[in-house]
Design a protein around this ligand. Structure first.
Ligand code: GLU
Length: 373
């Protein structure tokens, strides 16, 4: 099995090789592996830690003592992020692959409109054969808006992008039956079909090196991702060929199987939400939606109630029957202005265009697929 969209999270301990500075050599090795997949047409998103560590490295050089307060850490992240990004850009440049930096907070991934914006930006970066390089926006993050660790951030990103796999690279080989540092007889768990209490117990309080997360935040990420239909591999970032092995389904580290399919996860999510409004569509558009196509504004007859971009709305046929639910790309007032009009007219009517469709087929669940009109 080959993946088509992959999120790779690299932890600080891997990037620094356990030292107090970024390891360019390690970054080059990882970039080389990522570029190989990129050449195989796999879409790869990189979530990178290491900003704070890079900031420390910079300050360390100047031998300036620094405190450990939160604003100081944020300052270190601000200094280190550009340094980290420059290093990634340099290593990817060697392969003529472009990277684009995206700094996110929890709010960008939970607020509906911002969620769509983040997703559209990331998908567009990928569509331009460029690798999004993501980190948390540590310099501005407060507790309320922070994800807090890149393990969970990477799972949120994988979910937003509906990746089929998340690879978490760390300084350990995976999940062990006991802490291998205290119990040399511990063995690696190669596959976990479902996260249960016994697996959570294995995570214990293990912490690794310089990063924020121990095994616990990794399992939280696994939980979130596998419930959205994403396979997760936790493996050692220093193992040669680790990314390629994981992506090609070769046994490496610990593989956590998704508990639902990608499709089921998305359907559940869309169907669990209350609709904020609806659109009445003509017969042609209704048939297109039932056939699994996107809903274009041209087929929309009427827009009912007020809703925002990113909210879930119902698609109704002319008899008023709900035929689908989906995430709308346009709020109700914009939707009213483009209803019945061609997609090519959207920009001249609104002055901007988010997308050619009102609801993308990927964001829609058809309620009565078997019923013909
Ligand atoms: N965002 C932090 C950094 O780049 C790391 C968070 C984590 O390691 O989980 O320094």
């Amino acid at each position: 099995m080959m993946v088509s969209r992959l999120v790779i999270k690299v932890g600080t301990s891997t990037l620094t090789d356990g030292t107090a500075r970024l390891s360019r050599r390690r970054m080059l090795e990882l970039a080389q592996q990522i570029v190989k997949l990129h050449e195989e047409r796999v879409e790869v998103v990189l979530v990178t830690s290491g900003a704070i560590a890079a900031g420390r490295e910079r300050f360390g050089k100047m031998h300036r003592p620094i405190s450990k307060s939160v604003p100081v850490k944020q300052m270190l992240a601000a200094v280190g992020q550009t340094h980290l990004m420059l290093a990634w850009e340099q290593v990817f440049d060697m392969f003529d692959v472009m990277v684009g930096q995206v700094l996110l907070t929890r709010a960008d991934l939970s607020d509906r409109r911002r969620y769509l914006n983040a997703r559209d930006t990331l998908s567009t970066i990928l569509a331009h054969q460029t690798i999004p390089v993501i980190n948390e926006n540590d310099a501005v993050g407060t507790d309320e808006i922070r994800v807090g660790d890149n393990d969970n951030l990477s799972a949120l990103v994988a979910n937003v992008l509906r990746a089929d796999m998340l690879i978490i690279l760390t300084d350990q080989d995976g999940l062990f039956t006991a802490d291998p540092r205290a119990h040399p007889e511990a063995t690696l768990v190669s596959e976990v079909p479902a996260l249960d209490d016994s697996i959570w117990a294995l995570a214990g309080a293990s912490r690794s090196g310089l990063g924020t997360g121990g095994m616990t935040t990794k399992l939280q990420a696994v939980d979130l991702a596998t419930r959205s239909g994403i396979t997760v591999v936790i493996a050692n970032g220093t193992k040669p060929g680790v990314i390629s092995d994981a992506a090609h389904g070769i046994s490496v580290g610990t593989r956590f199987l998704p508990v639902v399919t990608n499709m089921e996860g998305r359907k559940r999510w869309i169907l669990a939400e209350r609709t904020s409004g609806s659109v009445i569509v003509d017969n042609g558009a209704a048939q297109a939606v039932l056939d699994g196509k996107s809903l274009l504004p041209v087929g929309v007859r009427n827009v009912i109630d007020d809703f925002d971009r990113g909210e879930i709305i119902a698609v109704c046929d002319i008899t008023g029957r709900d035929i689908a639910h989906g995430i709308t790309r346009y709020g109700s007032s914009d939707a009213r202005r483009i209803a019945g009009r061609k997609s090519s007219e959207i920009e001249s009517i609104l002055g901007f265009e988010y997308a050619a469709m009102l609801i993308h087929t990927d964001d829609m669940v058809v309620l009565h697929p078997a019923t013909a009109l």
